[in-house]
Ligand binder design. Sequence first.
Ligand code: ZN
Length: 158
Amino acid sequence: MVHDLYQEVILDHSKRPRNCHAMEDANHRAEGYNPLCGDKLKLFLKVEDDVVKDVSFVGSGCAISTASASLMTESLKGKRREEALKLLDRFHELLTTDTPVSQDLGKLVVFCGVRDYPARVKCALLGWMALRDATARARAGEHETAEMVTTSEGDTAS
Ligand code: ZN
């Protein structure tokens, strides 16, 4: 029953993704591509004083990748950059290990079923990999570069 509810949330976010638009005044961007499934997305971040002020994305992909990016944007607003990366670590753990589901993840727990489908893990991680890429460049003090990141074998959140 719980899992039906989770699927409903995923379906809702894949059909009506939140924060799904380009952001003109973003100061960090990254693109992600998952060749296994064909998912593509572009992530926009506005980071000020190390806090995620705004985040949005555009892209085309499967239901899992779209829903994951949508829920990610909802989870990130107002977070400090290091909190965002911690959330990425926990989310990665949720998808790839058998550890008990952490309640800290909030709504992101709806993706816990993905761990049973290893082929879909990269779909669910795509937006987060773009986030990691964008925040890494934010730390390096670089602006306005948009390199493509690709989720590849052995790509971890560590
Ligand atoms: Zn996909």
